[in-house]
Design a protein around this ligand. Structure first.
Ligand SMILES: *Cc1c(COP(=O)(O)O)cnc(C)c1O
Length: 421
């Protein structure tokens, strides 16, 4: 959009031209509490505000070389990492393009919409896809996966695909158990993890947990604008790649892992400004806060949201999607209320309080009125206690304003969680 149009648009938003008054939500800072793109730190945005660098030599080359050790520190791996100019769907495709040939059998474990999304990509690439669907509120059962692998005596299944945090349901898988279960079968299938929502938010140890391929994207826990996808590969996954007859050149991770020339890192021009942004985000996450501390922060903020929700729900219609806290994501929380109150609430928080909440995704079909009963609260990435308390307070105010049945006092319950050290 041309800059003058931008000004015109934001001016009109802020000022009602007939009354000359501003809305309450138009002052202060707007907060998009949606599960991606997440809040971008000013430092990350500021790092992009610079002239184009020389892409042939010098600073950019040194900077890019330094990204990989830090990305590995986030995924807790000594494997190889490739950075693609793409979103999460691209990272999904990259992982499969390097390891799954047409006709190969893949086993997908689904705990929400995103598990099915990855399965669709595999099917469209020509894989034979088998889905174990655990529903929308239950975790992956590693024993069922292991039983299926044990029954596959001829080793047809080439990979097990699983989502760490399914952002639609906010179900989190126990990858430690899943990795152990897959390993104990002795089956040769690769274990692949979609960590797009969870990376930097929920504890994840790629190597220790026996994960062969991990995928992520820039715009969630990594606090960077959408546009970068990441794929990590273990030695086993790299060996599988070497048996592939043909891999589409853009997705091929081999030149990206070990480029002869700088441009091969990105199969063309580097996404320079996204990389500057990522550099700053990794400074914050890896070198200043520390990945383990970031996990602790996410756990605490998520617990505050759950405490508020439990309080509201005790004599009302507010309900968290995942009953057992052990299976809840620390990055995002999916909730429901009587339809259409969730949609009314989202509209209220945005218009009256400057908070955008996430829509319910994959919980009801498009066109089904039940869809208006679901919403999501993101607490991923660049968030702290006052932001999370703010969102909780705004939700409570909205429920009161709209006369949605709930027990008031959720903010206090959340504050008590945050007060515990
Ligand atoms: C966001 C997300 C995706 C999709 O990422 P896009 O960048 O929208 O393509 C896939 N899986 C999970 C778990 C996600 O949270």
């Amino acid at each position: 959009m041309p800059i003058d149009l931008c000004f015109d648009w934001s001016y009109r938003l802020a000022m009602n031209s007939e009354t000359g008054r501003t809305n309450m939500a138009d002052t202060g800072r707007h907060y998009a509490a949606i599960p991606g793109p997440s809040v971008m730190p000013d430092r990350v945005l500021g790092a992009m505000h610079r002239a184009s660098p020389d892409i042939y030599e010098g600073e950019l080359h040194d900077m890019v070389a330094g990204l990989f050790p830090d990305l590995n520190a986030v995924a807790k791996t000594n494997g190889k990492c490739a950075i693609y100019a793409c979103n999460g769907h691209g990272a999904w495709e990259a992982a499969l393009a390097n390891t799954i040939a047409q006709g190969d059998h893949v086993l997908v474990t689904a705990t929400g919409r995103f598990g099915h999304g990855w399965a669709e990509i595999a099917a469209r690439l020509g894989a034979q896809v088998e889905i174990i669907d655990f529903g929308k509120s239950a975790p992956i059962d590693p024993d069922r996966v292991a039983d299926r692998l044990k029954a596959d005596r001829s080793g047809q299944i080439k990979a097990v695909l699983a989502t760490h945090t399914d952002t639609s349901s906010s179900v989190r898988a126990d990858f430690k158990d899943l990795g152990r279960a897959v390993r104990d079968t002795g089956h040769p299938a690769l274990l692949m993890a979609d960590c797009i929502a969870s990376l930097g938010c929920d504890p994840f140890f790629m190597d220790d947990w026996g994960v062969d391929v991990t995928v992520a994207a820039s715009q969630k826990g990594l606090m960077t604008p959408p546009g970068l996808g990441f794929v990590w590969a273990s030695e086993k996954a790299q060996a599988r790649r070497s048996w592939m007859d043909r891999v589409s050149p853009y997705w091929d991770w081999v030149p990206r892992f070990d480029p002869d020339e700088f441009y091969q890192f990105f199969s063309g021009t580097a996404p320079t400004h996204h990389l500057f942004a990522l550099r700053e985000a990794l400074n914050m996450l890896v070198h200043e806060e520390g990945v383990d501390k970031a996990w602790e922060r996410h756990e605490k903020l998520a617990s505050a949201v759950w405490a508020a929700a439990d309080h509201w729900g005790q004599d009302g219609a507010f309900r968290l999607n995942v009953a057992d806290p052990a299976w809840r994501s620390h990055a995002v929380t999916a909730a429901s209320m009587t339809s259409p109150d969730a949609t009314r609430l989202r509209r209220w928080t945005k218009a009256e309080a400057g908070v955008t909440l996430g829509i319910g995704l994959g919980m009801a079909e498009p066109g089904d009125p039940a869809r208006d009963g679901f919403f999501r609260i993101a607490h991923m990435g660049h968030v702290n206690a006052h932001m999370t308390l703010g969102v909780i307070g705004v939700i409570e105010a909205g429920m009161a304003a709209l006369q949605i049945r709930h027990a008031s006092g959720g903010v206090g319950a959340a504050a008590q969680v945050l007060a515990r050290s």
